[in-house]
Design a protein around this ligand. Structure first.
Ligand code: 2NL
Length: 377
């Protein structure tokens, strides 16, 4: 093809495309926003646009003209695409600027009040128990809510015919753990059983005596019982101390210190009364002095039973692999709801679990002032 022919074809194509380009540039001035720009892009660069039709028709052109016209048409497509994208960038920047100035934060506006949660009295009471026994060198231990009947009863020297083992009192699950029946623990003692088993195991494998056991086990417990003073789920903590030289005197001193610190009555009247539990021998129930009428603790002529305790039964030690001729210790169990009700003047057990916000606001504790012994408990 001669140079003259080529120039003629280019000129012919350019005239056509210049008209299209001019029309596109004129119409771009009408575009004000991003949706408008998208409509514009569809009109000039979309599938149904004039330019796309021209590009599709390239294949039907005489072979000699094809590369010349195709190059010019592609050039226009690129130019228009670039113009659209540049304009899009400009519109987006403008939209952002407009939004930022419209959404200006008024730093002088008062802060919206954030509702602050409070610590539930059960949790608070557990914190207090942990603080008092923590200061006496006890560690806090926890364990699973679902146990089997050996950890809950068998290891604890509770005989098979004991009423606590009956369906009436304990929630049994329709499941086994190995060979044993699964249940919801009726007390936290299973955690102490595991601790003693681990301790005996560690002693056997190392040959040396591990340090004395001194633990507090707080947690949820379950009994099939529901009335004004019993909930099917409640909380308790148990304590366990095991060593070579632990005596009933340690039990008395430890529980006296706890009760006096917890109720903040230095001269709390206390009564240690002989009792019976299958897992302790001797067993001791502890009463505190109070005034039944005013419900004031620490003063008054009445006695109130507050916890059960005793020296760990030799059978229980033996069940856990501990030689009762070498070691002994004491254990105790306390209902957390009960001591919280007494300390904080809560009359109805059921209100602990109803999540009535008014009640929680009244009886809840600030999370910013956790229980500790420095400020007194
Ligand atoms: C009560 C009585 C008590 C225990 C719990 C215990 C645990 C082990 C071994 C021996 Cl592993 N004893 N616990 C002992 C005496 C009393 O609870 O009236 N609780 C509310």
């Amino acid at each position: 093809m001669s140079e003259i022919d080529r120039t003629a074809i280019e000129a012919d194509e350019s005239i056509k495309l210049e008209a299209l380009k001019a029309s596109a540039l004129i119409q771009l001035r009408e575009v004000r926003d991003l949706p408008g720009l998208e409509a514009y892009r569809v009109a000039f660069l979309g599938k149904a646009s004039e330019l796309m039709r021209l590009l599709k028709d390239v294949g039907t052109l005489p072979a000699a003209e094809r590369p010349i016209r195709a190059a010019l048409r592609n050039q226009l497509k690129e130019t228009l695409s670039r113009i659209v994208e540049e304009y899009r960038g400009k519109l987006e920047a403008e939209a952002l600027t407009a939004r930022l100035s419209a959404e200006k934060i008024d730093i002088s506006a008062p802060v919206r009040p954030e509702p602050l949660g409070l610590i539930h009295p059960i949790s608070r009471t557990m914190e207090e128990i942990a603080a008092i026994f923590g200061a006496m060198g006890f560690a806090i231990k926890e364990g699973p809510d679902v146990e089997d009947d050996w950890y809950a009863f068998g290891a604890l020297n509770v005989p098979g015919h004991h009423p606590a083992r009956a369906m009436m009192d304990t929630f049994y699950l329709n499941a086994n753990m190995g060979e044993r029946r699964a249940l919801l623990r009726p007390h936290t003692s299973s955690v102490q059983i595991r601790t003693m088993l681990d301790w005996a195991e560690a002693q056997k494998s190392s040959g040396a005596s591990p340090p004395d056991i001194r633990i507090i086990v707080p947690g949820r417990t379950f009994r099939s019982d529901h009335d004004a003073t019993h909930s099917p789920m409640f909380h308790q903590f148990e304590g366990l101390v095991i060593g070579r030289d632990i005596t009933l005197a340690h039990l008395k001193g430890c529980l006296s210190d706890f009760l006096r610190a917890f109720f903040n009555v230095a001269d709390m009247p206390l009564r240690f009364r002989a009792s019976y539990f299958p897992f302790t021998e001797p067993s001791v129930e502890v009463d505190i002095g109070w005034n039944r009428k005013s419900a004031e603790v620490g003063r008054g002529a009445d006695w109130l039973e507050i916890l059960g305790s005793g020296m760990v039964h030799p059978n229980v030690l033996a069940n856990c692999g501990i030689d009762p001729r070498e070691y002994q210790g004491f254990a105790f169990g306390v209902g957390i709801e009960r001591i919280a009700m007494l300390k904080y003047g809560i009359a109805d057990l059921r209100l602990f679990y109803e999540n009535d916000v008014r009640w929680l606001r009244h009886y809840g504790f600030s999370p910013l002032a956790p229980a500790n012994l420095h400020e007194g408990i």
